[in-house]
Design a protein around this ligand. Sequence first.
Ligand SMILES: [Zn+2]
Length: 279
Amino acid sequence: MGGVVVVMFDRGGDASELSNVLELVTDAWNYFPQKYMQPKYDLDKIKFATDGPTFEKAVDLYEKGKVTKFEEGIGGYSAVVIGTKPYKVYVDNRHYDQGDCECYLGQNDTLCKHMVAVAIYAVMGGKKLNDEDKRLVSQAVCSGRLGELGKSELAATKKAISGGMRYVKSYEGPSHTWFAYQNSLSEGCNRLSKIVSELPVSEQTAKLLVDTLLRLDDRLCHGGVDDSDGTVGGFIEETVQVLKEYVKLDSACVKAFSELEGKETCFGWEESLLDIVHK
Ligand SMILES: [Zn+2]
């Protein structure tokens, strides 16, 4: 905050500008009354980037009050998590998966449920998690609900899709970043799965899904994505199944598939959709 004031003085601002800045600072302070600094991650980040079983165990620890002696330190949070025995845990405030835990996994540089539980505590501040907070979407499924998205919903959904797509990036790093890279692909696919699973069913959303698959396909074929674990391919296949469900619920959805006509995709996922068009 001091930085804001200094910058203003450098620009030779007058006293009224100073009072504006102070007002802004006070407003910000009142708006964020927490005693500690919010982490740079949120619950979605933790949920989508952690493997499902670890996330669920961490939620269980959090809900059973096993995160004790939570304290903010410089650049992170410390706590004692009561597992099979009490473990001292430290979690960074910028990267929830960086830190330290006394348990066996933590000692072997593996993200453990204790660290994730402390990260959840840092995000939630001890508040109760609701069902939506806890719900894991590990697979793209059809919502089964007919309907279209409104204009602003459509824009927000497209933005969220692009957001998820950013995690499906090209692999450039040396081999020791391989694990982090695969994790990024699965985080992207988890984010996209959640979006797909919440969409109402209509020709409009079918078109949105077909466009999303073509974008992902382009990344797989030409974007340097290394999907040797099959994470992205698996998501594409799930979404193809979702699109088949769409046609069963609303036959007009098939019109969205015509865009696939004449396209050569990486592994021929479009063929079964085109078969429906040609039937
Ligand atoms: Zn641990």
